[in-house]
Design a protein around this ligand. Structure first.
Ligand SMILES: *[C@@H]1O[C@H](CO)[C@@H](O)[C@H](O)[C@H]1NC(C)=O
Ligand SMILES: *[C@@H]1O[C@H](CO)[C@@H](O)[C@H](O)[C@H]1NC(C)=O
Ligand SMILES: *[C@@H]1O[C@H](CO)[C@@H](O)[C@H](O)[C@H]1NC(C)=O
Ligand SMILES: *[C@@H]1O[C@H](CO)[C@@H](O)[C@H](O)[C@H]1NC(C)=O
Ligand SMILES: *[C@@H]1O[C@H](CO)[C@@H](O)[C@H](O)[C@H]1NC(C)=O
Ligand SMILES: *[C@@H]1O[C@H](CO)[C@@H](O)[C@H](O)[C@H]1NC(C)=O
Length: 376
């Protein structure tokens, strides 16, 4: 007898919950017509192009449904498109219509096959953009000055434009793998570059950046001051990736001003020497890569013992000497890459066992990619 009222109230509770869920779904985001037509124009101008050949129209979105629910589209409560993620869709073509979506905050076009320059695009029409990701999409030529007007940017990724060409030429390579760099095709010889505007002009107003990834962008032009400029302007930086940019050294001592820097990747640049306060700079770091930087002499051993550091890559510095300390059991270090460096002394007993221990830990914890490459 008592179960009936219980069931009835349960039913009401449930329907209440359902209507709440559905009203939350229905209510806030409804596609605004002018936003929808920009997206439709975009879909019309793009095409699906795996291997850089026109394959079919780009048909990601069902025109009969609300555009705020389309794959990769995010709206705010008013129905303005504030996020667009078209990463890894193998698309080519023109994306001019994106710049009619003036409310955009997040834009990700990474991993596509654009094979074009960025110069014709109106980045300055997206004043509220906080996240811009154009990595690995085969863009080349000068980085447009309009990107430097995006003063709200928190994250900017223009890295590794040649990735998609490499994937493409990998398919053409009969040996299916190792590519002979002397035979680089034309596309791989013209990366994105910063000349005019130069690096300083690009970043000088982007003071809110916490993450900057310019791996593979050619910054060799006027490259000496890059370090000071970065340290003085980008005070909120947490992650700095500028590998293979043609940056010249020495690394500057003012990097210590970057109080939040935790990841620093500068491999493949002819940096050649470290500042005297490099230990202080490194003390906040979780990851450090200075692979193939032409470093020589002794690497400061204390850095291997810093309590926060988890990963250090010093490989391919052929005149660099690294002396192993006694690692405490509390060491956070998980990855130490030293292939192609010189170690003149003897590996202490403790290292060998420590390394072994860690490799065993690896097997247990399923952590991906933990390398101990000890080259003697
Ligand atoms: C790309 O080209 C390779 C050979 O050139 C082919 O095997 C592969 O299927 C192509 N991929 C697509 C998605 O068309
Ligand atoms: C993009 O193209 C590559 C190479 O042809 C293929 O391996 C991949 O599956 C494609 N991805 C999509 C989402 O079409
Ligand atoms: C990229 O575009 C250029 C023309 O600007 C063309 O010559 C080249 O073949 C294209 N690359 C690929 C991989 O389609
Ligand atoms: C940009 O953001 C500001 C403050 O958040 C807001 O007032 C303004 O309407 C936004 N502009 C656009 C075009 O979204
Ligand atoms: C930078 O970030 C701060 C704090 O988040 C914010 O108040 C300020 O408006 C931002 N500056 C720009 C130019 O967006
Ligand atoms: C850019 O997008 C790619 C693909 O989604 C992602 O792997 C990468 O981490 C992104 N970059 C940043 C700085 O978030």
């Amino acid at each position: 007898m008592k179960t009936l009222p219980f069931l009835v109230s349960l039913f009401f509770l449930f329907s209440c919950f359902l209507s709440l869920v559905f009203s939350l779904d229905d209510l806030p985001m409804q596609c605004l017509d002018y936003q929808r037509s920009s997206l439709l124009q975009l879909q019309h101008d793009l095409y699906y192009s795996p291997n850089f050949t026109f394959s079919s129209k780009f048909e990601l979105w069902d025109v009969k449904t609300d555009c705020c629910w389309w794959e990769g589209v995010t709206c705010d409560a008013f129905g303005h498109v504030i996020g667009l993620d078209l990463s890894y869709k193998n698309i080519s073509g023109s994306f001019d219509s994106i710049f009619d979506l003036h409310h955009l905050q997040h834009l990700n076009l990474a991993g596509n096959n654009f094979n074009t320059t960025l110069l014709s695009y109106g980045f300055d029409k997206l004043p509220n953009l906080t996240h811009l990701n154009l990595s690995s999409s085969c863009f080349h030529g000068q980085i447009p000055v309009k990107i430097s007007f995006l003063t709200r940017l928190v994250s900017l990724d223009l890295s590794n434009q040649d990735d998609c060409y490499r994937i493409y030429y990998h398919f053409l390579d009969p040996h299916n793998g190792i590519y002979d760099d002397d035979l680089l095709p034309y596309e791989l010889q013209r990366p994105l570059k910063l000349e005019n505007p130069d690096f300083k002009t690009l970043i000088k107003n982007l003071r809110n950046l916490t993450e900057l990834n310019l791996d593979g962008v050619d910054i060799s032009f006027h490259s000496i001051k890059w370090c000071k400029t970065t340290s003085l302007v980008l005070s909120k930086l947490q992650v700095l990736r500028m590998s293979n940019c043609g940056l010249k050294g020495p690394l500057c001592s003012s990097l210590s001003k970057l109080a939040f820097l935790s990841k620093l990747f500068l491999g493949g640049n002819p940096i050649s020497s470290l500042p005297p306060n490099f230990l202080e700079i490194s003390s906040r770091l979780v990851s450090l890569s200075l692979a193939n930087c032409g470093l020589s002499g002794y690497f400061p051993t204390e850095i291997l013992l810093l309590p926060k550091i988890q990963s250090i890559d010093l490989s391919a510095n052929y005149d660099l000497m690294v002396e192993f300390p006694e690692f405490p059991s509390s060491s956070a270090l998980r990855i130490l890459s030293l292939s192609g460096t010189y170690f003149g002394g003897k590996v202490p007993e403790s290292i060998a066992s420590e390394a072994e221990l860690r490799i065993k830990e690896l097997a247990k914890s399923f952590m991906p990619a933990i390398f101990w490459i000890l080259c003697i």
